[in-house]
Ligand binder design. Structure first.
Ligand code: THU
Length: 131
């Protein structure tokens, strides 16, 4: 699958977004090492702090299906700026795939591709807890 195809899947997931408070729909498409794709959208809540981002929706869907290794994630938003994963999502993705590639798309359809390690340098992860 091309980067653009993965972004198209993320973009389509904006339709499923539940974002009545921010009005900022986000879609994500997470590609596993085995080629399977897990999609997600942001799901907001009247208790704002209970909101889950699109990336973590996709991640928990995958992990709950027994999939733990990933190659790329595409994230699509409508803003002028690229839709970068928030800090919580960077940490959550790093847990399973520190070598992940992040494709961040903006509202005009442009995107940038960067390694997760660049978005979360000197990360704390599972290896830090090994004796
Ligand atoms: N959001 C995501 O889903 N992913 C991101 O990477 C950034 C932020 C969502 C959370 C909230 O529903 C809305 O965008 C505004 O912050």
């Amino acid at each position: 699958m091309t980067d653009q195809e993965l972004i198209d899947l993320a973009r389509a997931m904006q339709e499923r977004s539940y974002a009545p408070y921010s009005g900022f729909p986000v879609g994500a498409a997470l590609e596993a090492e085995d080629g399977r794709i897990f999609t997600g959208c942001n799901v907001e809540n009247a208790a704002y702090g209970e909101t889950i981002c699109a990336e973590r929706t996709a991640l928990v869907k995958a992990v709950s299906e027994g999939v733990r290794a990933f190659r790329r994630i595409a994230v699509a938003g409508n803003g002028d700026d690229y839709c970068w994963p928030c800090g919580s999502c960077r940490q959550a993705l790093n847990e399973f795939s520190p070598n992940l590639t992040v494709l961040a798309a903006n509202g005009t359809g442009s995107f940038l591709s960067v390694p997760l390690s660049e978005l979360l340098p000197h990360s704390f992860g599972p290896r830090n807890l090994k004796k």
